[in-house]
Design a binder for this molecule. Sequence first.
Ligand code: NZQ
Ligand code: ZN
Length: 385
Amino acid sequence: MNNFTFFNNTRIIFGEGQIAALREQIPAQARVLIVYGGGSIKNNGIFTQVTQALEGVTWFEFGGIEANPHLETCLEAVSLARAEQVDFLLAVGGGSVIDATKFIAAAVAHQGDPWEIIASFGAAVQGALPIGCVLTLAATGSEMNPTSVITRASSKDKLFFNSDYVRPQFSILDPRTTYSLPARQVANGVVDSMVHVLEQYVTYPVNARVQDRFAEGLLSTIIEEGPKALSEPTNYEVRANLMWSATMALNGLLSTGVPGDWASHLIGQELTALYGLDHGQTLAIMMPAIWTYKLQQKQEKLVQYGRRVWHIEDTQPEQVALKAIEQTRQFFERMGVATRLSAYGLDERVIAEVVAKLKEHQFVQLGEHGDITPQDVVNILQLAL
Ligand code: NZQ
Ligand code: ZN
């Protein structure tokens, strides 16, 4: 096991009816900005629950955060937050709303060009407004981590930053809020949370037995419950198990002491920025292709994954690894998320554009060994067509 530091100070308030607990989490004299997306929270009753819980508190609202949130939209919220002297941000939504809120929180406190926050991957952040979250979509883990992914629409740059200053103080996770999700977003969330686990698990062995067993437990849960969320959308237990799995998949616990891959995420970000694919869709395309390309280097962990999670009994290690890749691809497809570029109307013409963007962002040494070069990305994208 590698050395590590583990820190997480986000309070999780989990369960049915917990939005009412909002009131105790926010100082009575606070000036709160409620940040939300395209309006789903106004149709499914969540906005009403939130404002009822905030009775007596001064609040303002900023709606219109888009999926894959735009820097340009966030800057409008920064202006509002400054004008109203807001001192607390409440994100009500999925990963996009929470990520946008993290950026707004840092940008309000930032002197100078806000793009520096992202260009420095968070190093330029010197402070931020406090943040609370009401999560409405189980997927990203943003509700319990220091990461934010922001798109500068004008230049098609989708990049992330990390800062302990933007970790949410608390996140309310009521599984019932996810009942109203469209099937496509349920499926994206299942794929995203599963890929988060896999990015931190299908690398190479470092004898991190606790982390491996945690990962296998989360994977088994997601594989068992994911399809049920599509067939039984109002099954509370299913939603609860998926919601907690997604949070645990990317809150820092699994990454302790182990290598991380993240090539699917970094290549996938370019696919979203250039062609508008959903985050989950990009991962379903990239992960099977990267694994196929890196079969030899990943074989030991693919075999462990295949045997323990998919119960593949073949004795030939390479066969187990190949079957594990195939099972994963089939699971994504079963969730309704296509795993080939061609299924989204994309062809080999995208390869040069994606590779050019990766080079521009200096993502030229990807994967757990840092050995995936731009030429390797060309080969991987060919496997993904
Ligand atoms: O905009 P609204 O009206 O809220 O609608 C959203 C949006 O259209 C809708 N939705 C959310 N909750 C709903 C709902 N519709 C009905 N009922 C509900 N309860 O779902 C759509 C997608 O929402 P979004 O927030 O974009 O989805 P998700 O949570 O998957 O977030 C994706 C974003 O997170 C980033 C992705 O890159 C992408 O930008 N990620 C953030 C990470 C992090 N901060 O750690 C890590 C991830 O790897 C990921 O990169
Ligand atoms: Zn992700």
